[in-house]
Design a protein around this ligand. Structure first.
Ligand SMILES: *[C@@H]1O[C@H](CO)[C@@H](O)[C@H](O)[C@H]1NC(C)=O
Ligand SMILES: *[C@@H]1O[C@H](CO)[C@@H](O)[C@H](O)[C@H]1NC(C)=O
Ligand SMILES: *[C@@H]1O[C@H](CO)[C@@H](O)[C@H](O)[C@H]1NC(C)=O
Ligand SMILES: *[C@@H]1O[C@H](CO)[C@@H](O)[C@H](O)[C@H]1NC(C)=O
Ligand SMILES: *[C@@H]1O[C@H](CO)[C@@H](O)[C@H](O)[C@H]1NC(C)=O
Ligand SMILES: *[C@@H]1O[C@H](CO)[C@@H](O)[C@H](O)[C@H]1NC(C)=O
Ligand SMILES: *[C@@H]1O[C@H](CO)[C@@H](O)[C@H](O)[C@H]1NC(C)=O
Ligand SMILES: *[C@@H]1O[C@H](CO)[C@@H](O)[C@H](O)[C@H]1NC(C)=O
Ligand SMILES: *[C@@H]1O[C@H](CO)[C@@H](O)[C@H](O)[C@H]1NC(C)=O
Ligand SMILES: *[C@@H]1O[C@H](CO)[C@@H](O)[C@H](O)[C@H]1NC(C)=O
Ligand SMILES: *[C@@H]1O[C@H](CO)[C@@H](O)[C@H](O)[C@H]1NC(C)=O
Ligand SMILES: *[C@@H]1O[C@H](CO)[C@@H](O)[C@H](O)[C@H]1NC(C)=O
Length: 694
C-alpha cells in the first residue's frame, strides 16, 4: 500500500516537473541544451506507449533523456529541431502504430520495416502525414486492404510496402502520388487490381516499380493505353506472377527505350523471345529465366550493347549460341543454363579472328558464365581471356576433347564446374596453377579424364567442395589434398583409387558434411570417426575396407557401407536418432541382431542388411520406425514373420528372401502395407498362400 502511494507521488511529482518544463520552454527545451520540441516528445512517448518493445530497443526513449532528438531512430532538423525522420527498421517492435505521429508535422521519412504488426491494417492516418517523402513498411506483418489515403501523399518519392499480407482491388489511388519515384508492393495480392497499368501510367515521376509475386496476369496489360505509357519508368520488376503473353509485355516495354532493368522471371511466358527486345537499347539487366520460352535466342539481343546481366535460364530455348551476342562487351553475368542449346560455344578473345569459333566473342568482362544443362558440344571453350571470371559452370553438356591449361589463368575463379561432359586427356597442376580463390572444383563424370597431380604439389586454394567422381584419379590416394582442411563436401567415388586412406585425410575432414568414396578399391581398417561432428552422410560402399565398423558421430543421417569386408558388431548405430538410411549389405557380419536395437531409429526409412550372416529373430522394435525399404535377404534370420512388421505401413520394398523364416505367410501383409510394391519371401520355410489383397 505504502509503496503504491509512493510510486503515485513520484509519478505526479514527475508530471509537475514536466509541466514546469513545458511552461518554461514554450516550444522546445533548447535552454537546457535540449533541442527537442515538447509536443513532439510527448507524441513520440505516446507512440512508444502503444508499442510492445520486447527487446528494449526504445530504452533510450524516456524520461532520463529528455531530448527526443537523441533518441534511437529519431532525427531532427538541424535548425528547426523538428522531428523529420523516424527510422525504427528491424527493431522487432509489436503492438499498435499510434496516430500520435500526426503531431510530427514535418515528418518526411518513416521506416517501420521488419517489425511485427500482427496482420493489422496499415493505419489510414499514415496517408495524412502530408510531408512524407519516404515511407517504408516492408516485412512488418501488416495485413488487409491498403488504405486509399496513401494516395494523398503527393510529396512521397519512395514507397515500400513489400513483404506484407496486404491486398488491393483497385490501385487508382496511386495516381495521386505524383512525386513517387520508387514503388514496391511485392507480395501484395493485386489479383483483382486490374487497372494498375493505367494508374502507373499517370505517375509522372515513377522510375522503379517492383511487383514481385503479386498474382498479376498479362490480361491486365491488354487494356493498356499505349500512347503515353511508361512515363519515366526504367525499372520493371515483376518476377513470380502469372504473366503469360510476352508480346503484350513487349508492347508495354517498347513504348520506351529507357528501360534499365527488366525482371520477368518465374512467370509463365510462352513463345519465342521477340526480336523487339533489341529495341530496348538502355537495358543493362534482363531476366527472363524460369518461363516457358522456346525457339532461338534472337540475334537482336546483340544490339542491346549496354546489357551487363542476361539470364535466360530454365526455359526451353534451342539452337546455337547467337554469335551476335559477342558484341555485348559489358556483359558480366550470362546464365543460359537448363535449356536445349547446342553447337559450340565460341572462344572470347580481344582480337577478331577469321573463324567463327575462334575469337569473335568480346565477352571479356564476364564474371559469371553458366551454360550448364544444355547440349553444347565441341571443345570446352577457352575462357582464358575472361580474366574476371568468378563462376563457371559447363556442367551436363557434351563438351569433348582435352581441357586447355589456360583455365589455370583464371585467377579470380571461385566456382569451376565442368562435370558430366565428355572431357578426356590429362589434368595436371598446370590447370590449377593460379586458382588461388577456388572453392568449388567439379570435374566429375568425365570418365575419360585422367587427373594426375603431383603428390608434393601444394595448391594455392582451400576447397570447400571437391567433386572428382567418375574420373581417373587413382590408383594412389590423391596426396595433393594433404593441405585441404576446409572441405565440406567430398565426392571421389568411382575414381579408380586402390590404396589406403592416409591418416592426414581424416584430420582434414573435420568440417566435412558429405563424404563419398564409394566404388573404389580402397582398403584398410577405418579409425574412430566419432569426432567428425559435421559428418551427415558417408558413403564408403564397394571398397575393400575390413575390420570392424568405424565409430561415427551420432547425428549422422546416411551411412552406406555395403560391399566391403566389415565384420563384428553393429551395436554402435542404434542410438542414431537422426538416421535416415543405413546400408550394411554385402559384408561379412555374422552376429545376432538384438531385440531392442531399432527402438531409437524413429526416422529410418532405408535399411539394408542383405547378404551377410545376421541371425536371430527380426526384432519387434523394427515396427517402431518409418521404413520405406527393408532388405534382409540372404541372412540367417529365423522365427515367425513378426506381427509387428505390419506397423511398418510405409513399406514399399520388402525383401526377406533367403532366410530361415518359418510359419504361415501372414494374411495381413497386403492389407496393412498398402503401398507395398516389391515383396520377396523366396527360399524360406514359409507355407500358406499369398494373401489375395496383394
Ligand atoms: C543542416 O542540414 C543541411 C541539409 O539538410 C545541411 O546542408 C547543413 O549543412 C546542415 N547544417 C548544420 C549546421 O549542420
Ligand atoms: C493478433 O491479432 C489477433 C486477432 O487479429 C489476436 O487474437 C491476437 O491476440 C493478436 N496477437 C497479438 C500478439 O497482439
Ligand atoms: C526493406 O527495407 C530496407 C530499408 O529500410 C532495405 O534495406 C531492405 O532491403 C528491404 N528489404 C527487402 C527484402 O526488400
Ligand atoms: C485523403 O484521402 C481520403 C481518402 O482516403 C480523402 O477522403 C481525404 O479527403 C484526403 N485528404 C486530403 C487532405 O486530401
Ligand atoms: C498521359 O500522361 C499525362 C501526363 O503524364 C496524363 O495526364 C494522362 O492522363 C496520360 N494519359 C493516359 C491515357 O494515361
Ligand atoms: C517497337 O518500337 C520500334 C520503334 O521504337 C518500332 O520500330 C517497332 O515496330 C516496335 N515494335 C513493337 C513490337 O511494337
Ligand atoms: C557486332 O559488331 C560487329 C562489328 O563489331 C558488326 O559488324 C555486327 O553487325 C554486330 N552484330 C550485331 C548483331 O549487332
Ligand atoms: C567432339 O565432338 C565433335 C562433335 O560434336 C566431333 O566432331 C569431334 O570429333 C569430337 N572431338 C573429339 C576429340 O572427340
Ligand atoms: C599467376 O599469378 C601470379 C601472381 O599471383 C602472376 O604473377 C602470374 O602472371 C599468374 N600467371 C598466369 C599464367 O596468369
Ligand atoms: C571414353 O573413351 C572411349 C575410348 O576412346 C570411348 O569409347 C568412350 O565413348 C569415351 N567415353 C566418353 C564418356 O566420352
Ligand atoms: C556416391 O557415389 C556413387 C557413385 O558415384 C553414387 O552412386 C552414390 O549415390 C553416391 N552416394 C551418395 C550418398 O550420394
Ligand atoms: C584386413 O585385411 C588385411 C589384408 O588385406 C589383413 O592383413 C588384416 O589383418 C585385416 N584386418 C582385419 C582387422 O581383419
Amino acid at each position: 500500500m505504502i509503496i503504491k502511494v509512493l510510486i503515485c507521488l513520484k509519478v505526479s511529482l514527475y508530471m509537475i516537473l514536466l509541466s514546469i518544463h513545458i511552461i518554461g520552454a514554450y516550444s522546445s527545451f533548447e535552454k537546457d541544451g535540449v533541442k527537442c520540441r515538447k509536443t513532439e516528445m510527448l507524441a513520440l512517448l505516446q507512440f512508444k506507449a502503444k508499442l510492445i518493445d520486447d527487446f528494449g530497443q526504445l530504452s533510450t526513449w524516456g524520461h532520463e533523456e529528455k531530448d527526443c532528438c537523441k533518441w534511437e531512430g529519431v532525427l531532427c532538423h538541424n535548425r528547426t529541431n523538428q522531428v523529420v525522420a523516424l527510422d525504427l527498421h528491424g527493431l522487432g517492435l509489436r503492438g499498435k502504430v499510434s496516430s500520435s505521429l500526426l503531431e510530427l508535422a514535418n515528418l518526411n521519412y518513416l521506416d517501420l520495416g521488419f517489425n511485427d504488426f500482427n496482420e493489422s491494417q496499415i493505419p489510414e492516418f499514415v496517408g495524412f502525414l502530408g510531408k512524407l517523402q519516404h515511407l517504408n513498411l516492408n516485412f512488418s506483418n501488416f495485413g488487409g486492404l491498403i488504405p486509399r489515403s496513401l494516395g494523398n501523399l503527393s510529396n512521397l518519392r519512395f514507397l515500400d510496402l513489400s513483404g506484407n499480407w496486404i491486398l488491393d482491388t483497385n490501385l487508382d489511388w496511386l495516381s495521386g502520388l505524383q512525386s513517387l519515384e520508387y514503388l514496391d508492393l511485392s507480395t501484395a495480392n493485386l489479383h483483382k487490381a486490374t487497372t494498375w497499368p493505367q494508374a502507373i501510367n499517370k505517375m509522372a515521376a515513377l522510375k522503379e516499380i517492383h511487383l514481385q509475386s503479386c498474382e498479376l496476369s498479362t490480361n491486365m496489360l491488354n487494356s493498356l493505353p499505349l500512347a503515353n505509357a511508361s512515363n519515366s519508368l526504367v525499372v520493371l520488376d515483376l518476377p513470380g506472377n502469372a504473366l503469360r503473353d510476352i508480346l503484350i509485355l513487349l508492347r508495354f516495354l517498347n513504348t520506351s527505350s529507357r528501360w534499365r532493368h527488366v525482371d520477368l522471371s518465374f512467370n509463365i511466358l510462352q513463345g519465342e523471345i521477340p526480336n523487339a527486345f533489341g529495341n530496348l537499347m538502355s537495358l543493362s539487366y534482363l531476366d527472363l529465366s524460369r518461363n516457358h520460352l522456346v525457339g532461338r535466342i534472337p540475334d537482336a539481343l546483340g544490339s542491346v550493347t549496354s546489357l551487363s546481366h542476361l539470364d535466360l535460364s530454365n526455359n526451353d530455348l534451342s539452337g546455337e549460341f547467337p554469335y551476335a551476342l559477342g558484341n555485348l562487351t559489358r556483359l558480366s553475368h550470362l546464365d543460359l543454363s537448363n535449356n536445349q542449346l547446342q553447337g559450340e560455344f565460341p572462344r572470347p578473345s580481344s582480337q577478331l579472328k577469321e573463324s567463327r569459333i575462334e575469337g569473335n566473342l568480346k565477352l571479356l568482362d564476364l564474371e559469371v558464365l553458366d551454360l550448364s544443362m544444355n547440349k553444347f558440344s565441341g571443345r570446352a571453350p577457352d575462357l582464358s581471356a575472361c580474366s574476371s571470371l568468378r563462376w563457371l559452370s559447363l556442367y551436363d553438356n557434351m563438351f569433348n576433347g582435352t581441357l586447355a591449361e589456360s583455365i589455370g589463368y583464371l585467377s579470380d575463379i571461385k566456382h569451376l564446374d565442368l562435370g558430366s561432359n565428355h572431357l578426356e586427356g590429362l589434368i595436371s597442376e598446370a590447370h590449377l596453377l593460379n586458382l588461388s580463390k577456388l572453392l568449388v572444383l567439379d570435374w566429375s563424370f568425365n570418365t575419360n579424364l585422367t587427373v594426375r597431380i603431383g603428390s608434393f604439389w601444394d595448391p594455392p586454394f582451400q576447397l570447400s567442395r571437391l567433386m572428382l567422381a567418375h574420373c581417373k584419379l587413382g590408383p594412389y590416394f590423391p596426396k595433393w589434398l594433404q593441405n585441404q582442411k576446409q572441405v565440406e563436401f567430398v565426392d571421389i567415388s568411382s575414381a579408380e583409387i586402390s590404396d589406403t586412406i592416409p591418416h592426414w585425410f581424416w584430420d582434414n575432414v573435420q568440417m566435412c558434411e558429405h563424404l563419398n568414396m564409394s566404388h573404389n578399391q580402397i582398403y584398410g581398417v577405418l579409425p574412430d570417426l566419432s569426432s567428425k561432428l559435421n559428418l551427415l552422410t558417408i558413403d564408403l560402399s564397394f571398397n575393400e575396407f575390413n575390420g570392424s565398423l568405424p565409430l561415427l558421430p551420432q547425428n549422422m543421417n546416411n551411412i552406406y557401407l555395403s560391399g566391403n569386408k566389415f565384420s563384428g558388431t553393429i551395436i554402435n548405430f542404434f542410438n542414431f536418432k537422426r538416421l535416415f538410411a543405413l546400408d550394411l549389405s554385402n559384408n561379412l557380419f555374422s552376429v545376432e541382431i538384438s531385440q531392442d536395437c531399432f527402438m531409437k531409429l524413429m526416422r529410418l526409412f532405408y535399411l539394408n542388411l542383405a547378404n551377410n550372416n545376421f541371425f536371430g529373430e527380426i526384432p519387434n522394435s523394427i515396427g517402431f520406425c518409418s521404413l520405406y525399404s527393408l532388405h534382409l535377404e540372404n541372412n540367417s534370420f529365423t522365427g515367425y514373420l513378426s506381427r509387428l512388421l505390419k506397423n511398418c505401413s510405409n513399406l514399399i520394398i520388402l525383401d526377406l528372401g533367403g532366410n530361415k523364416f518359418t510359419g504361415k505367410i501372414p494374411s495381413w501383409l497386403g492389407d496393412s502395407i498398402p503401398e507395398l510394391g516389391v515383396l520377396s519371401l523366396k527360399s524360406n520355410k514359409l507355407y500358406g498362400v499369398l494373401p489375395s489383397s496383394l
